[in-house]
Design a protein around this ligand. Sequence first.
Ligand code: HEM
Length: 452
Amino acid sequence: MLIALLVTVVVVASLPWWLPARIVALRARVFARINGDEGIPVPGDLVGIDRFREVYAQPAAGGRSKGAALSDLFWYWLAPGPEMHQEHLEAGERYDAVARVTRGLLAVPRAEAEELTRRCVARTLGDARGLVRLRDLMMPLWAEFSYELVFAEPCPREARDLIAGNANDVVTALKGTGLRHMERRHRLTSYLRTRLSRVRLPLPPGLSPQEQAFYLQGAFFNTAVVQMSEAVAHLLMVLAQHPGVQDKARTGDARYLDQVIAETLRLYPLFGIAHRITTDGIPLDEHTTIPAGSVLCFNYPEFHRAGFADPGHFDPSRFDPARFNGPAKDLNHIPFGIAANRPCPAWRLAPITMRVAAAEILRRYTLHTSASHTRSLPNRGPCLLIPRDDPPRKVRGLLLYMRFRDRWEDVWRGVVQLVLGTYMVWDARRQRLCEHYFEENSYAHSGPGSGS
Ligand code: HEM
């Protein structure tokens, strides 16, 4: 009896050390089972790391949605209006019109972008202090930033809450830590419809008002807010984990902060996998061709690890120009995608604003964390913020508490992700949003799988 009790205590107490990894492995098996493994992993047996860029850059690697079961899952997560999300539009007139407006809205002069970021930090941080979750802290900031980018006026409080609520819902579902709340997302669409005439540039022609609202919601109030919040949360996490780097970054050396940002996005790229559907065959050698209609899955974390010594180690000096020979563009580092194949339109603006946001936060706070830091950041970045003008205090106790809480949350979160993630993968396969859309609109689209 005593032995049984002892064994139970040991098993329960050791859960945080072994259960999360097993649940992750189980989740991967369940997802592969429901989703099928239709994709060709790159790098993989067919395409090695040495040809990663070349294949990604192929014009035939251009399909975005049509013909991949994986698209049903992304459309489900990004609904409503995934068919108008720039990331998932097939090449063509519609895509060109939408991409042009996105470029226009993001083409803000550097000084203006920096000033806007400063203002948004000041307005949204308020009296934040103590134990926070960095991703949650960042959402209102980037909600306000995106709003002002689109409407050129300060973001009212209720709009900020709507935008942050929507972005949070999308990212929570993407990580499998919560289900979708469509009413929350529809509320933002309805709000954006009332604001279309106030957008500071003409919206893409040929789109209905509903489609224009979906376009804005997808690019500026889902993707922009989620990506910026996650990127800066990762950046602040590494600064919190490396006090020496934090001190040096605080000195105001912009080039050093750029190296820290580059290394953060190398170790924690925001995209795990970006997929493309081939619109034509891609010959690899005289015997092998990737057939049209294949789903190529480009694995960012693997690409970012290859070609670097001790790739798991955080080392901003890898990006010190004095340390590497040859141009930076030859490094295995593509945080914003590949220039030849639909790269991120915010590749110029995002690093500028990340740098200012980090500098402003470092000016106000000292950051500490003892929580785990993984690429998908399901714990939302637990961090201790101490205002820099507070008298020095001991933080060890709080950090011990944070570590303990994080470990146990991991156990619970793993189970939640397994259950909710499995449900959403199943539900997305059942709804088949993407497949149905292309069936119903086959006359209007000739994406991959039809013309090849
Ligand atoms: C640090 C922040 C960001 C990172 C690291 C990032 C990363 C990326 C990457 C890697 C891609 C290409 C994926 C692929 O090849 O399929 C992408 C695409 C995209 N990103 Fe970003 N992104 C960031 C911020 C933003 C922001 C602020 C916006 C604002 C509108 C944005 C909008 C988009 C759009 C619309 C696409 C699709 C491009 C297309 O297919 O034409 N991103 N992003």
